[in-house]
Design a binder for this molecule. Structure first.
Ligand SMILES: Cc1cc2nc3c(=O)[nH]c(=O)nc-3n(C[C@H](O)[C@H](O)[C@H](O)COP(=O)(O)OP(=O)(O)OC[C@H]3O[C@@H](n4cnc5c(N)ncnc54)[C@H](O)[C@@H]3O)c2cc1C
Length: 239
């Protein structure tokens, strides 16, 4: 299999919306799981099907791992995971992988503002990254633009709302593309016009973008077109 692999057992499954679940795993043997916020693991769904998932949460010292997975009805892997991923089921996961992480010293290496941009399960790595940034000495503005269809799809809404209340420098900016209800007072539409209007003055900012390739590539192209430097645009492309 290559690299280091560890056995995990499913200890919890939470339906976030009709096609998205939070999976909670416990390592059966590993004492401590080393990772950096933003990284991903590979999950062996069957002998032949291995898929990458961002680490949605993992508390160092506690042998647990959370993944946020969207069902792809015509996909090869997720229908099997949703079928057999019941409490007690065992899987193999890789060590933490990838370079989609904050710099070691955010204070000196980041611009005065950081903007996280996600759609769908692309929000997963930002839970850890935003928490890490907010508890560091970084005092700049931190924005999270999260695009999805309707209110039911606002993954981790309570958690980001709470951070928005606690940290004056953190702003949670959800935007809904198909929400028709009057009860929604927030932004509407896709993420791209929001990015363009929020950053039209080209103020210095580091951007972290995560999700499926269509959104990630379009957002990056818009930012480059606006005049942002590629070194300040960091992406995790789900495929
Ligand atoms: C670094 C990395 C991290 C990832 N993290 C997550 C994560 O945290 N949560 C998560 O749900 N997925 C994540 N993915 C995607 C995941 O690895 C699988 O591709 C996904 O679960 C679909 O697997 P499948 O076997 O069901 O579908 P496949 O049979 O692999 O999919 C078939 C096709 O559909 C496309 N596709 C699948 N789902 C979608 C979608 N929702 N929107 C648009 N196109 C899609 C794929 O690109 C592929 O072309 C990540 C991918 C990468 C590379």
């Amino acid at each position: 299999m290559g690299g280091k692999w560890h056995e995990v057992r499913v200890i919890g499954v939470v339906e976030e919306n009709v096609n998205t679940r939070r999976y909670f795993f416990e390592f059966t043997e590993l004492e401590q799981f080393h990772f950096r916020a933003g990284q991903f693991i590979k999950l062996k769904i069957t002998e032949d099907i291995t898929r990458a998932y961002s680490i949605a949460a993992a508390i160092p010292g506690i042998k647990r791992l959370e993944l946020l997975v969207a069902l792809k009805n015509d996909g090869k892997g997720t229908p099997i995971l949703f079928e057999k991923g019941k409490i007690g089921a065992k899987f193999m996961v890789s060590e933490a992988l990838g370079n989609f992480v904050l710099p070691e010293d955010p204070l000196s290496e980041l611009e005065d503002e950081v903007c996280f941009i996600a759609t769908g399960t692309g929000i997963a790595p930002f839970r850890g990254m935003i928490s890490e940034l907010l508890v560091s000495k970084y005092m700049g503005t931190v924005n999270l633009i999260f695009g999805t269809r309707c209110m039911e799809d606002l993954l981790y809404r309570d958690k980001f709302d709470a951070l928005d209340h606690i940290h004056p420098n953190f702003h949670y900016v959800p935007t809904l593309s198909r929400e028709g209800r009057d009860s929604w007072q927030g932004k509407k539409g896709r993420v791209h016009p929001i990015i363009k209007s929020m950053y039209k003055n080209l103020r210095p900012c580091d951007f972290y973008i995560c999700g499926w390739s269509e959104m990630v590539l379009e957002a990056k192209a818009h930012l480059l077109q606006m005049g942002y430097d590629k070194n300040h645009i960091h992406v995790e492309n789900y495929g």
